[in-house]
Ligand binder design. Structure first.
Ligand code: PLP
Length: 483
């Protein structure tokens, strides 16, 4: 009888694990799926939960005559394998999408570990937040309260209220000289839903969607959800500044669309307007659709200028969808308000997706968003001033830490430093760097690998100057100690 051990943390079990087990069943008479008990890690699921999950999913896989058992072990794998009289240890390469899924889990694990530390009374500095540390401005809250009292609590048209659509149209006319019709505008539940609608309504199985690296973690997931294939564009050679030539090199006959994000989360880089126009000319020439995620539209630092692809000449935007958001600009992340601007034809398709999934965004939040666009804009300027000061301080402080280099982010509220110069000994990856930093200095940063850029970490400066100073001091201490 040929017995094999398939070791892992299975925290949680994924399709990739099952695929390997299924393939292993063709080679062995028995496979022991052995959960490694690692007392040094805070797991997402307990050993018992993982055992139960595995037992459940194993019932559903093709295992032929191969026997499957679930066990757990601590210590050396080889010793365990000998004790179980196993003939082999199963290892395998899993699908890329599986790793991406696991990265999400790793991020959740990190957040959970930080939460556990906080609950235990530790003074955690959190640079992980992707949302403003400001409160929603009063006038916006008031508009929502008034809407609620006035009974504006019913369904609205799927595309949003006329008032909100017109407020969006006026904003783009005023700021960018763009002329959109109501048939081309729809309100969505966050910018995320605008992106989802755009990709799901456009992409067919086999279509390739270009995604420049580093990318916001959701981009590849939406493309995979729609049955498309994400094709990543490397941009490290220019310090993450996307160029027309990089796009040109990545285009194939299957390229259907590109996901652009400027200012970019996580790099903070901004595509200069002239380059953006050249890119849109190329795409329009090749008949490739563009989805421009303009979530951080208003957070561009001087001398950079706020730019929207919506302001390009009409002939360059026939295949363009702008995905906008109220979340960051007006500190409204929890209200879930966003919108899209696209051709009437594409908007009709997106309306179908939305109408059969979430219908309209919350009616009250739509009235809040209308006020956000129509009311005073001082809060945006105040936030931008604060981010400007934090950014200047942070960049200088980071550059003084040995082994760390950092491009200048022209927008958003993230710095994306390269920490490869600090990787040595036990700390070989940016994930290990982030994990050790949390363990040793109770400071949360986000590993760049989740954004497609191993060797980098993301630091959100949407946090107070005092926290920023404390956190950077901790990073410095941590780096100096490990070098
Ligand atoms: N796009 C990017 C690049 C983001 O960073 C985010 C949020 O973090 C979103 C879109 C989605 O924002 P929301 O759905 O809150 O509008």
């Amino acid at each position: 009888m040929r017995r094999a051990i398939y070791p892992g943390s299975f925290d949680p079990v994924t399709n990739g694990h099952l695929d390997i087990i299924e393939r292993g069943c063709k080679l062995f008479d028995e496979i022991i799926i052995a959960i490694l008990v690692n007392p040094e890690k805070t797991p997402f699921f307990t050993i018992e939960e993982r055992q139960e999950m595995l037992a459940q999913v194993l019932e559903e896989i093709e295992h032929g005559s191969c026997r499957l058992r679930v066990d757990s072990f601590e210590g050396l794998l080889v010793q365990y394998a000998v004790a179980r009289q196993a003939h082999a240890i199963v290892r395998g390469i899993r699908a890329i999408s599986d790793y991406e899924y696991e990265l999400q889990m790793a991020l959740m694990n990190r957040m959970q570990a930080a939460d556990a530390l906080r609950t235990a009374g530790a003074n955690v500095v959190d640079f992980g937040a992707g949302e403003p540390d400001f409160d929603t401005p009063e006038n916006i809250k008031r508009a929502a309260a008034e809407a609620m009292r006035a009974g504006k609590t019913k369904y609205t048209p799927t595309a949003g209220t006329r008032e909100l659509q017109e407020a969006i149209i006026d904003f783009y006319a005023r700021e960018f000289g763009a002329h959109y019709q109501r048939t081309e505008v729809m309100a969505t539940s966050g910018g995320k839903q605008a992106l989802f609608n755009a990709i799901v309504s456009l992409i067919n199985p086999g279509d390739e969607v270009l995604i420049p690296k580093p990318y916001w973690v959701t981009f590849p997931e939406i493309v995979v959800f729609a049955g498309g294939t994400p094709v990543f564009i490397e941009t490290e050679e220019t310090g993450f500044l996307l160029t027309l030539e990089m796009i040109e090199r990545a285009i194939t006959p299957r390229t259907k669309a590109i996901l652009l994000n400027s200012p970019c989360n996580p790099s903070g880089r901004v595509i200069p307007p002239a380059e953006f126009k050249r890119i849109m000319e190329l795409l329009s020439d090749r008949g490739i659709y563009a989805v421009s995620d303009e979530c951080y539209l208003r957070f561009v630092y001087p001398p950079g200028q706020v730019f929207s692809a919506a302001g390009l000449p009409a002939e360059l935007r026939t295949q363009l969808c702008v995905a906008g958001s109220f979340s960051k600009t007006y500190a409204m992340t929890g209200w879930r308000m966003g919108y899209s601007l696209a051709s009437a034809e594409w908007t009709r398709a997106m309306l179908m997706v939305q109408s059969h999934s979430t219908s309209n965004p919350t009616s009250i939040a739509q009235w809040a968003a209308t006020e956000a666009l129509r009311g005073p804009q001082e809060s945006v300027a105040t936030m931008l001033d604060e981010y400007t000061a934090r950014r200047a301080w942070l960049l200088e402080a980071l550059r003084e830490i040995p082994g760390i280099t950092c491009n200048e982010p022209e927008g958003a509220f993230y710095a994306f430093p390269n920490v490869r110069g600090c990787l040595r000994g036990q700390i070989k990856t940016s994930d290990e760097f982030a994990r050790a930093l949390l363990d040793e200095e109770q400071t949360v940063v986000t590993d760049g690998a989740g954004f497609g850029s191993e060797g980098y970490i993301r630091i959100s400066y949407a946090t107070s100057m005092a926290q920023l100073k404390e956190g950077v001091q901790r990073i410095r201490r941590f780096v100096e100690r490990s070098i």
